[in-house]
Each structure stands twice: as C-alpha cells, then as structure tokens.
Design a protein around this ligand. Structure first.
Ligand SMILES: [Zn+2]
Length: 276
C-alpha cells in the first residue's frame, strides 16, 4: 500500500534558512512564525537544519555544534548487564535493577496484531482500506517503538548520571553478536522488540556517557555469565538463574555474575592487568 512519508526539507547553514525576530525565514521567501523552542542549546552555534511537516505543524530541527565534554578519570567501573526482563547495573559494592520495556511494548504490538488479523479477513477487506483502522494499527506499532526508545533514554540517563556522580566509568558488553543471533530467530514481536531494546540501549548509553564525560568501556561478552568472577572456573547451574563455582564455592544470580565479570574485564582494559 503506497504511503506518503513525512515531508521534509534539508536546509544548509547560513544559506537556506535564517532565524530572526521570532520568525524562521526560508530560501524562496517563506516566513514561519516560531511558537517555541528548546532553549538549552541557545549558546551553541547552529549548523544545517531539517524542516519537517508533522501533524499540521512545521518543525525545524537545527543541528548544534556542542563541544565534547572532557572525560573524567574514573576510580572504578559501573557494569551493565541486560537480559530480556531486567537490566542490572552495579559492581562489587552495589547493585541497581530495572525492568526492561519489552512487556509493556509487547502489549501494543499485540493490540496492533489483533486489529490487523480482524480486518484482514476477506469480509473485512474493504474495511482495511479505511484510514481509521490503518492509522490505529500504525499508532500501536509506533507506540511500542516509543516505549522502548523512552525506556532506553531514561535508563541510560540514570546510569550515566550515577556514574558521573561517583566518578565511575561505564562498562557494557558488545551486543553485536547477541543481536545477530536474535535476527536468526523467527520474526516474532518479542524478538524484534528485544533487538530494538538492545540497539537503542547501546546507542543511548554511548551518547549519555559522551554527554556526561563518563569513560565508556565495551567488553567482549563471551562467557560473562558462565565464568566464576573470583577464580575464572566454569560455573554450574544451581537452581533457577543461580550459578555456583565448585572450586571456590562462590555463588550468585546469573546477572550478578555477569555484572562482576564485566566489571573485571573493564578494569583490566582500563588499568591493565595489574589490578589487586
Ligand atoms: Zn570460583
């Protein structure tokens, strides 16, 4: 079904647009009144811009040249482990835990699917063409994506702020292989939401660390949840999501094991092999 994309216009710096006296002037003599803007970046010089028409309103997105904050010297590492249900971040001293947004987003994917199924029956084919139903389905899909994006934004903001406050570096696993293996699975909503969650989280963590001047360390993910963080032996299962080391008797939840291993690998990368 053909579908019009959001109309947009690229505007180069200096030549194609100008912001003056409460108006945006665009090449060709167009003048748009400014209703409001995000004042936080006023002090920085403007770059190229993009003009979008959305829901009957014009939005001018101006890129800003913001200098990169200097990275502070970290006195430890805050490690992040993510699974389908939880995101755990912490280190040998403390631990924070949040739910992922997968379940919440899935609810809207299911609403979209139910609607789609209902109106794809042959007797409803004429209905499917009706804009209202199509828009509703699209709205549900968009809502699901927005929930994941919002979650990734908020969680990564919390992580980076906490790291900055206590002068920790942030360590995350490289999730490329995990995302690749998820892509091979049957295309279910849950899988696609997980892929989106991992991608968005990586993207926002990296950005928030950059913005807050927090050093970021990306570690190799292999074996982070099967190796003993104390003696590097292989761990064995000991009940639901619980792991145990036969050699040194260390025992913990799978995600805590991962956090400790990520912390350790990051410390090695940051300070070399000479850690206590
Ligand atoms: Zn051990």
């Amino acid at each position: 079904m053909p579908r019009a994309r959001t109309p947009r216009l690229w505007l180069t710096r200096k030549y194609s647009y100008r912001v003056r006296d409460g108006y945006v002037e665009i090449l060709g003599g167009y003048k748009l009144k400014i209703i409001g803007w995000d004042k936080r970046y006023d002090a920085y010089p403007s770059g190229d811009a993009k003009l979008i028409l959305k829901d009957g309103k014009f939005i001018l997105c101006i890129s800003k040249h913001v200098p990169r904050p200097v990275k502070y010297v970290a006195r430890g590492v805050l490690a992040i482990d993510i699974n389908e249900k939880h995101i755990v971040f912490g280190n040998s001293h403390f631990e924070y835990r949040f739910e992922t947004a997968v379940e919440r987003a899935l609810h809207y994917k299911q609403l979209a699917e139910n609607l789609q199924k209902k109106y794809s029956l042959t007797r409803y084919n004429a209905w499917l063409r009706r804009r209202g139903v199509r828009d509703r389905i699209r709205y549900f899909h968009r809502r699901a994506r927005n929930i994941v994006e919002d979650w990734a934004k908020k969680v990564s903001h919390k992580i980076a702020s906490l790291a900055k406050q206590h002068l920790y570096a942030v360590a995350r696993e490289d999730l490329t292989n995990l995302v690749d293996s998820l892509k091979k699975l049957p295309k279910e909503h849950r899988v696609s939401l997980l892929i989106l969650s991992y991608r968005k989280l990586e993207q926002w963590i990296d950005w928030q660390c950059e913005k807050n001047g927090a050093p970021l360390i990306v570690v190799e993910p292999r074996g982070t949840s099967t190796t003993c963080p104390m003696c590097s032996s292989k761990l064995i299962e000991n009940g639901y999501r619980r792991l145990r080391c036969l050699k040194c008797r260390f025992e913990a939840d799978r995600d805590i094991v991962a956090v400790l291993n990520i912390e350790r690998r990051a410390l090695v990368q940051m300070w070399g092999a000479l850690i206590p």
